[in-house]
Structure formats: structure tokens, C-alpha cells
Design a protein around this ligand. Structure first.
Ligand code: CA
Ligand code: CA
Length: 196
């Protein structure tokens, strides 16, 4: 009999039993220690995701209105016109300058358009969680080129209003936060005076 045996019994159990026991212990330990850590990780990931979602909506509104503001400052002031319901703005950009004044260039129209699956009724008709959302388009009326500058705009909170020689732009962007189900609105207003 070796030192490892007393009365025919092994002092050290076989590998299979030890491994099974270790698995049970480690599983219990990981379950006790790991669960709060995993839950904490998932919670912080969701919080970060929601914060990023909010930031993205605010950033979209900021960039969008800055882009419009920059172009409208270049416009010929007397050419500015708005649609009576505030959903469209047209103006002419200068092509150049002569001794007698400004040479007119491209005519531009910015327009707020409701999404094809939506009706202006205060509810979400197309099932994307947003109500009465639409897009902002820019059309060059000379060449016909039309570009969608942004989607998911809150049309009820967006408008173009002309007051004497000044243009008041208001854009409201929407976002849906998947984890909390919250709807985010970010509005920006700029008063712009064309230089030409
Ligand atoms: Ca919708
Ligand atoms: Ca609707």
C-alpha cells in the first residue's frame, strides 16, 4: 500500500470527482460575483446608449440649422420668400457682383415635407414611434437637383418665417430611444439677416 492509500481508499479523490466539484464551486462563485457585474455592465451600456442617442439628436439639430444659416446669409435679401404655412423658403444666391449691383445666380428652395406614410394628425401612422415626422429637402430650382438634408424632423415644431428683411428658422429634430422608449426632441432657432 502506498501513502496515498489507507484501507483501500484513495486519500486524493479521482480527477473526475474533483473536476465536477470545481465546476459546481466555480459556477456558484461566478453566479454570485458575476451577475451584479454583468447587470452593472448592461445597465451602464444602456445608459451610455441612451445618452449617445440624445446627443445625436441635439447634434443633428445644431448642424442642420447651422448649414441653413450659412447659406441664407449669402442670399439676396430681396429674393427671400416663405410659404404662408412656414413649410418652405426660397431665395436666390448671388452669381457675382457688378458696378450696378448683384447678379442673380441659383434659386434655392428649402422645404419641410411630411413622410409618405404619415399624415398630420398627431399620431404615429407608419409605426416608427415618431408622430408626424418629415424631412428637410434642398432643391436647386435652376438645375432641379433635390437633396434630402435630414429626416425625422418634428414638422409641428419646425418653420421658416420671414419678418421684414429677417428670416427666422426653427428646426426640431426627433429621436426614439430604444431602451427607455423615450422620444427626444431637440429644437434650434436662428434669426438670419442675408448680407446681399
Ligand atoms: Ca411615424
Ligand atoms: Ca401622423
Amino acid at each position: 500500500m502506498t501513502a496515498a492509500h489507507i484501507n483501500g481508499h484513495e486519500l486524493c479523490p479521482g480527477n473526475a470527482g474533483t473536476t465536477l466539484l470545481e465546476i459546481v464551486v466555480w459556477t456558484a462563485l461566478l453566479a454570485g460575483i458575476g451577475s451584479p457585474a454583468v447587470m452593472g455592465f448592461l445597465t451602464s451600456t444602456r445608459v451610455m446608449s441612451e445618452a449617445n442617442g440624445q446627443r445625436e439628436v441635439h447634434e443633428r439639430a445644431r448642424v442642420l440649422i447651422h448649414r441653413m444659416e450659412r447659406e441664407i446669409r449669402l442670399a439676396i435679401g430681396t429674393s427671400m420668400e416663405t410659404r404662408s404655412d412656414g413649410t418652405a423658403l426660397t431665395f436666390t444666391l448671388p452669381l457675382g457682383f457688378t458696378q450696378v449691383g448683384v447678379r442673380a445666380g441659383s434659386a434655392i428652395r428649402y422645404e419641410l415635407e411630411i413622410d409618405s406614410g404619415e399624415a398630420s394628425n398627431g399620431i404615429d401612422d407608419d409605426g416608427d414611434q415618431l408622430s408626424d415626422e418629415g424631412q428637410l429637402t434642398r432643391t436647386n430650382l435652376v438645375t432641379g437637383e433635390r437633396v434630402v438634408l435630414a429626416s425625422n424632423l418634428d414638422l409641428a415644431g419646425s418653420s421658416f418665417v420671414k419678418a421684414n428683411d429677417t428670416m427666422v428658422l426653427t428646426l426640431s429634430c426627433l429621436g426614439f430611444l430604444r431602451h427607455s422608449g423615450a422620444i427626444i426632441k431637440a429644437s434650434r432657432t436662428r434669426t438670419v439677416n442675408p448680407r446681399n
